[in-house]
Design a protein around this ligand. Structure first.
Ligand SMILES: [Fe+2]
Ligand SMILES: [Fe+2]
Length: 254
């Protein structure tokens, strides 16, 4: 018996004082839901669905505000300790940790084993929502405190686009990846062209990343777009956050 609700409540409590708003409870819960969604799409068993959900919930328990430390090992350690404290069965712990271990890198593994990686990358690091998330993260990340914001945001998007290769993902997900990727590319290009709507998202999200005035989700809800593109990005991001995109995503997978 896996205690999903109990784990979720503990994670919620633990993340109340989280250092990074880009990696708060919202990120963990959505990664959990996304990971489970991928497992359901390939007809994974109920146990696999639960394992993916748990792994998503605890995949970033340790997430320092810097890119200079690889958080994979420490996240695995924190996740192991949490599951041991709850007396979760050894085989369950091992399987959950396996999903967390590979959550940052592409692999040839099954959709189930890649589920946290896929949810983290395709849903949380692409799509309209990521424009807000990245700019907030740059604002809060210690590495960029003394660099001009717009410069570093542009560089960060370039780096993100270069780092993720569409061919890293299973072929059958290419429709979904293309859909999510399109937002990322359009936004990065608009930023490079200094388009007002893109700068408006960047400044609002960056500022909130700096001050932590609102959660990432509330910042997007309160965002006041002044253009058609801004309205489109806000709507798409909110629909994703509110779980309304999954019907559309389903249609993108054969
Ligand atoms: Fe992570
Ligand atoms: Fe993550």
């Amino acid at each position: 018996m896996i205690m999903l609700k109990q784990i979720e409540n503990i994670v919620k409590e633990k993340t109340k004082s989280v250092k990074s708003i880009a990696h708060g409870f919202g990120h963990l819960k959505r990664t959990a839901m996304g990971a489970r969604w991928f497992v359901v799409r390939v007809n994974g068993s109920k146990k696999e669905q639960d394992l993916a959900y748990i792994a998503g919930l605890i995949h970033d328990l340790y997430r320092p505000l810097t890119e200079k430390i690889d958080h994979t090992e420490s996240s695995v350690k924190d996740a192991r300790n949490l599951l041991l404290e709850l007396n979760v069965d050894r085989d369950v712990i091992n399987m959950v940790l396996e999903l967390i271990k590979v959550h940052r890198k592409p692999s040839e593994k099954s959709i189930f084993k890649q589920s946290v990686y896929l949810a983290d990358k395709i849903f949380e690091q692409m799509g309209a929502y990521v424009t807000f998330r990245v700019c907030a993260y740059v604002g809060e990340c210690k590495d960029y405190l003394n660099v001009p914001p717009m410069e570093v945001i542009k560089r960060y998007f370039e780096m993100r686009i270069n780092r993720i290769s569409k061919s890293d993902f299973p072929k059958k997900l290419s429709g979904l990846v293309n859909y999510q990727w399109k937002w990322l590319m359009e936004y990065a290009s608009a930023l490079n062209k200094e388009e007002k709507w893109a700068i408006c998202i960047a400044k609002t999200a960056y500022e909130n990343g700096r001050t932590h005035k609102l959660s990432l989700e509330n910042m997007i809800k309160n965002f006041k777009p002044k253009s058609k593109k801004g309205i489109e990005y806000k709507k798409e991001a909110l629909d994703y956050i509110n779980g309304k995109k999954f019907n559309r995503f389903e249609l993108l997978i054969p």
